[in-house]
Design a protein around this ligand. Structure first.
Ligand SMILES: [Zn+2]
Length: 449
């Protein structure tokens, strides 16, 4: 009779192909058996009857801001919140850490912080900014997942916008290093001009801010990024696309042979312009939230499979940076890393969206697009036992006291969601259970292969 470290019995296992009721056997952090009824004993047995077992969520887009701005979030609270939402790995953006992750030395500082403080596994994006082209290779050597560039002002002084020349040359080098470039795609010239017009007229409301960042600004930048990717042969990932027209440009380019993918975020799927006007600062982001009609079309893009990944773009800041009479001056960024799965489950009420699709968008596709080791992003024999046990029969209301964020704010407070995280398992060890963090910080750096 076999013996295991852990047996998970009777859960509804969610794979990209469908769901099945099965037992999982785990040894030394890895799944070693996956079958309908497992005989054998284990040091620990978990009855998962009635629970959905998802591959641990991999959030490819967070800003935990450590080192340098750990008072905005930090690796500890950020990774706790991720785990509380069924997440087992995050990709941290190069900003708003200070120094931003734009060379080898800053990577080393971030790595030391994450090894000390992260509950979950992690990977890092390197920055692509004017002046750091000669550091891309050393960042690749240390294991970054890719390079992130801003086509519009990033909002922070230590991470500059990549002009077209920097972007073109950066893409060339990234292609040579076999790494993707991720872009924040909004037109600097258009958003700048519209914002200047508003401010000159004394228009400083949330509505004015929304009007200064139209869909057209995204489309212009997406077109340009696609052109540069085609020209340089670089793999391109457009982050936080807010609308289906942008997704359609990307899907068409992909069909014509450009290596391009895109991400959207739960807030574009579950919040609208109206929420910006009623909730205020906690719902400010760029690109901004859109109309209900644009949101419906974005769900359609998701159903059709034209969006590869869903990342939270969790980007908090201290409360004092979230208040100003002038909405343009308020720090933008939405806190949401704890609720990606239940927010996506809202799509189940819209025809055609399935749980296997959720697993693809939050695990398998992320692992595939960013060339993670085969042990990540799936529930299969030989994979890491990174698992999220979700109770889809439970509804809960988001309360400040349940948030693991350093700053207990966000646009989902008071919202009732379906699908509670019962337990999160990282490499066979429980790190979150019944509302509490139970693991120790033993996250590892995962490099692309
Ligand atoms: Zn971001």
């Amino acid at each position: 009779m076999s013996t295991f470290d852990l047996i998970l019995r009777g859960g509804i296992v969610v794979t990209p192909e469908g769901t099945l009721i099965a037992d999982l056997g785990v040894c030394e952090g890895k799944i070693v058996a996956l079958q309908s009824s497992l005989s054998g004993t284990a040091a620990e047995e978990i009855d998962a009857t009635g629970l959905h077992v998802f591959p641990g969520l991999i959030d490819a887009h967070v800003h935990f801001n450590e080192p340098g701005r750990a008072h905005w979030e930090g690796m500890a609270t950020g990774s706790w919140a991720l785990a509380a939402g069924g997440g087992t790995m995050f990709f941290d953006m190069p900003l708003n850490a200070h120094p931003p992750t734009c060379d080898g030395a800053s990577f080393d500082l971030k790595l030391a912080a994450a090894q000390k403080n992260s509950l979950t596994d992690f990977a890092f994006w390197g920055g692509l900014v004017p002046g750091n082209l000669d550091h891309l290779e050393e960042l690749a050597g240390r294991g970054v997942i890719g390079f992130k560039a801003f086509m519009a002002n990033s909002g922070i002084e230590d991470f500059s916008r990549a002009d077209d020349q920097t972007l073109r040359e950066g893409m060339k080098r990234a292609a040579g290093l076999h790494l993707p470039v991720a872009v924040h795609a909004e037109s600097e010239s258009l958003t700048n001009r519209l914002a200047a017009e508003k401010l000159a007229a004394g228009k400083i409301s949330a509505r004015d801010y929304l009007d200064s960042r139209p869909v057209a600004a995204e489309l212009e930048a997406i077109r340009r990024a696609i052109e540069l990717a085609g020209e340089t042969g670089c793999a391109l990932h457009v982050v936080h696309v807010s609308n289906s027209e942008g997704v359609a440009l990307i899907a068409a380019a992909r069909k014509s042979g450009v290596d391009v993918s895109c991400e959207t975020c739960p807030h574009y799927l579950t919040l609208t312009e109206e929420d910006v006007e009623t909730l205020g600062a906690v719902a400010k982001c760029a690109p901004p939230l859109r109309t209900p009609a644009i949101q419906d079309a974005l769900w359609q893009s998701l159903f059709q499979g034209d969006i590869s990944t869903v990342g939270s773009d969790h980007s908090p800041a201290p409360p004092e940076m979230k208040t100003d009479r002038n909405f343009f001056k308020i720090w933008g960024g939405i806190s949401g890393v704890q609720h990606t799965l239940p927010l996506l489950f809202e799509g189940r009420e819209r025809a055609g969206f399935s749980l296997p699709q959720v697993a693809k968008l939050t695990s398998l596709n992320v692992a595939g697009r960013f060339r993670l080791p085969k042990t990540k992003g799936r529930i299969a024999v030989d994979a890491d036992a990174d698992l999220a046990l979700m109770d889809l029969s439970q509804r809960f209301t988001v309360r400040a006291g349940d948030l693991f964020y350093q700053h207990k704010q966000g646009p989902y407070l008071g919202r009732t969601l379906t699908g509670r995280t019962v337990r999160t398992i990282l490499r066979g060890s429980t790190i979150f259970k019944d509302g509490k963090i139970v693991g120790t910080n033993h996250g590892q750096l995962i490099k692309p292969v």
